[in-house]
Design a protein around this ligand. Sequence first.
Ligand SMILES: *Cc1c(COP(=O)(O)O)cnc(C)c1O
Length: 438
Amino acid sequence: MGERILLCLNHMSGRERDFVSKAFDGNWVVPMGPDVNAFEKDLESFVGSEPNTACVIDESGDTRWPQSDWTCGRAKKVVALSAGTAAVHLALIACGVGPGDEVICQSFTFCASCHPITYLGAKPVLVDSEAETWNMDPDLLETAIKDRIAKTGKAPKAIIPVALYGMPYKIDRIMEIADRYGIPVIEDAAEGLGSRYRGQVLGTFGRYGVLSFNGNKMITTSGGGALICPDAEAAKKVMFYATQARESYPYYQHEEIGYNYRMSNICAGIGRGQMTILDEHIAHHQMLADFYAQEFAKIDGIEFHGNPGPEFDSNFWLNTIVLDPSLKVAGEENAYAEVVKGAVGGAAGVTHEAKSAHTDCEPNRNVEAMRMALDREGIESRPLWKPMHRQPVYAGAAAYVNGVSESLFARGLCLPSGPYVSLDDARRIVDVIRKNIK
Ligand SMILES: *Cc1c(COP(=O)(O)O)cnc(C)c1O
């Protein structure tokens, strides 16, 4: 058995070292500089790029899409930051969110979509997913808006849909509803860099768009993120808050609270190198998705999560499957026998020991047994993200639920999907899964 196969480990283009060396030579080892500016320009041209998909002619002979005004991506300005979480935080500030406000957030997400709402003393209102994209259910979104207005007398301050595992949300409907109620949309495309809806890059539909370059995302700057802003003025404001809100005086003058969230020039150098292989990374993830889709179509009781329609174009950051509850997996009787010792999800070295092997909401035994079977073969997999409305820390949050995300959490597994996963690796992964079905 060779190296352990990880969920999403990025490889370097080889150019990163050159950019970083130049930064050292120029003494630009600071949270600003030429690489930060150049990385932002690279990102701006990427998010403003033309649709990558040909028009589809429907039965009536009409061109169906691209019909969206994708050129709006061209007006966007990008601000590079120290993390995707920082981008969510600053987007909320830019939307005027403050103590006591409510913000609607997709419940089926990683905690970073939601936590910054809490940092600001505002309250998350959690909205469940629809079963096609696994992202924010537009019908439930409207129910939530109406109900919040009825209960509190005011509309939520922002709406955060999330491109979970890279899959685009139903952005047309979400934007239509958000516009009707005059609520700004902050797209959390941290996992969806390069995913498109009707040919348009995610993160360019809403008022703000969040990107992440954490170690395991589509590209890495070791750690980092960016906020896609509607125009230069908005970007300037975001930059102000990202650099401790310094007023322009010869001395430090502070009239507002700011943050130390600007990206380091060294990280941006890595990012510039990574941008040269972003398209390659996306193509690789999508190639693996095609393979997994084809293989799992042949296995009863396992369903691959693919694009639900031609307008959706996922980057397949993580490829995901769901296991039918009736599927029998080897070793089910031993699932959850022990308390897990390490931290889940690559927070290396940081562990906060679990109190028990169980919680009141966890993946089915066959899912955990499959995870353990893959682990024994040196293959990393991970349950789907546990919805925020089932997280103890958000037990008190208002939630509008339909059972979709909780059911997916019980049944789903993320499979290795990064550039280091070869087609042979994927073949072995599917084999291990097949062999462990009883
Ligand atoms: C990773 C992630 C973030 C935050 O990005 P960081 O760069 O890790 O801070 C936000 N939202 C989602 C959905 C993510 O997966």
